[in-house]
Design a protein around this ligand. Structure first.
Ligand SMILES: Cc1ncc(COP(=O)(O)O)c(C=O)c1O
Length: 454
């Protein structure tokens, strides 16, 4: 008996045990993923990652345009139907009498803060909900006191908006910004030593990604953060692509501040992010928008941003439930399985180079970068889009204030709803490009010459 038939039968039994209800993908849609997860309980995440029957249930949780193959989920991903539906529900409700319902929903957000903190391993009083990672990180970057001559160490492959934020502080406050460069993929030891050697007596902040938005280079966050306290240095970590993507606990990272895009890998509606600030560090950061002095020690001071769409924030509750229904370990294993499927298939071609760390220990999940020697990556992206309707972002290094790197690559980021057929079509398209070359973009180019990627 194949594992597929086993799990299908088991799933049907589980659904039957739940009352023989015919599940539909409306507000009750979560039950379907939960039932599927119960049917695979006791199996390892690696086994679950290969169970297409299980992932079919997850795939059905989305309303998609399958005439396109979306391999740019690193930008933001579609949120599951139950999540989108809850945005509409909360909007409907708030719209009936905003002054009444908005306050009520805002008050209830405390429940979501608590659930998020439980899932991601911190105290609820250390977690502020924001509109994205840019807002979260800029609170930390602009909120820390720095004197002229103080130094911030970051990297050339940090996110452009965050680099721009430091550049603006440099112009405003006369601080010094040091940007470190590193090869990809880099070892954890190399990255640690890079930071260790770069620290000077004037260093006041270390700012780096948990994984980058380019090649998904993983950083040894805790090791680097442990360099900081003896020297009075503050650590700010960009977790835009990490939280909800692969499992870890925020408190284990030992950083001072950590910013996240929840509309990326947690599959929350666009407009959700969070900022973790270690409790004793909360008074050290000024909020972006002013808050009263009594809130100096209160994580909520970072959320005082005036009237904003509470429905979008409230829907975070369903996104978290969807994430928990799959399970962080199963999700990470599936992302890795999808990435290895295309990367292993393309190993046969010496001109194809993967710039992400795919070996053991596992350091790559659902984002990896690849190029084909001799082909401009913008032409490649255009070819994939025009001929195969595959969407993937070309990475081309720029100059400051942008990200600076000396490689070209296509960033490939599937998601939990991606099918094996879609991955295999990508492999076929890449084989086509290797064997037959691709046309120049020319005047009909639909892919702009992007620098970096979201
Ligand atoms: C590494 C990194 N940091 C920060 C951000 C900004 O996130 P947001 O768009 O949620 O503000 C992104 C977005 O793509 C990112 O990839």
């Amino acid at each position: 008996m194949t594992s597929e038939t086993w799990s299908r039968r088991d799933f049907l039994r589980t659904v039957g045990a739940a009352g023989g209800v015919a599940f539909t993908w409306n507000a009750a849609g979560l039950e379907r993923v939960e039932a599927a997860s119960r049917s695979v309980a006791g199996r390892t995440p690696e086994e679950v990652a290969r169970d297409e029957f299980y992932w079919r249930e997850v795939q059905l949780g989305f309303k998609l345009d399958r005439s396109l193959i979306n391999l740019n989920n690193g930008f933001t991903a579609p949120c599951p139907r139950v999540v989108l539906e809850s945005v509409f529900r909360y909007m409907d409700m708030i719209n009936m009498l905003p002054v009444h319902y908005q306050g009520m929903v805002a008050g209830n957000i405390q429940t979501i803060r608590r659930r998020m903190a439980n899932e991601f391993g911190c105290d609820p009083e250390e977690l502020a909900l924001t509109r994205g990672a840019s807002e979260a990180l800029q609170i930390a970057q602009n909120g820390i006191d720095l004197e002229p001559g103080d130094e911030v160490i970051t990297t050339e492959q940090d996110y452009p908006r965050m680099l721009t934020t430091w550049d603006q502080r440099m112009r405003r406050d006369d601080i010094k910004i040091t940007r470190l460069q590193f090869p990809v993929p880099a070892t954890q030891d190399h990255l640690y030593q890079l930071f260790e050697k770069a620290i000077t007596p004037r260093t006041k902040v270390l700012h780096f990604c948990h994984i980058t938005n380019l090649t998904a280079q993983l950083f040894p966050v805790r090791r680097i953060c442990r360099l900081a306290p003896p020297k009075g240095i503050v650590t700010i970590v960009d977790g835009a692509h990490a939280l909800g993507h692969f499992p870890f606990k925020l408190r284990d990272l030992e950083c001072d501040a950590y910013g996240v895009s929840l509309h990326k890998w947690l599959l929350a509606p666009i407009g959700n992010g969070c900022l973790y600030v270690r409790r004793d560090m909360i008074p050290r950061f000024w909020p972006l928008q002013a808050a009263p002095e009594q809130q100096d020690h209160d994580i909520r001071k970072f959320e005082s941003i005036g009237t904003h769409p509470w429905a979008v924030r409230a829907a975070l509750g369903e996104a978290l439930a969807f994430h928990q229904a799959i399970g962080a370990e199963n999700k990470a294993a599936r992302m890795r399985y999808l990435t290895l499927r295309w990367a292993d298939a393309l190993k046969a071609y010496p001109r194809v180079k993967v710039l992400s760390q795919l070996g053991e220990p596992a350091e790559t999940w659902g984002v990896a970068a690849v190029n084909i020697e001799g082909i401009d990556v913008r032409d490649l992206a255009n070819f994939l889009r025009n001929k195969y309707r595959i969407i993937a972002v070309p990475l081309v290094g720029g100059a400051p204030p942008n990200q600076v790197f000396d490689y070209q690559a296509l960033r490939v980021s599937p998601n939990v709803y991606t099918t094996l057929e879609e991955i295999d079509t990508f492999v076929e398209a890449m084989e086509d490009a290797v064997k037959n070359d691709v046309p120049d973009r020319g005047a009909s180019a639909v892919v702009p010459a992007l620098e970096g990627a979201d």
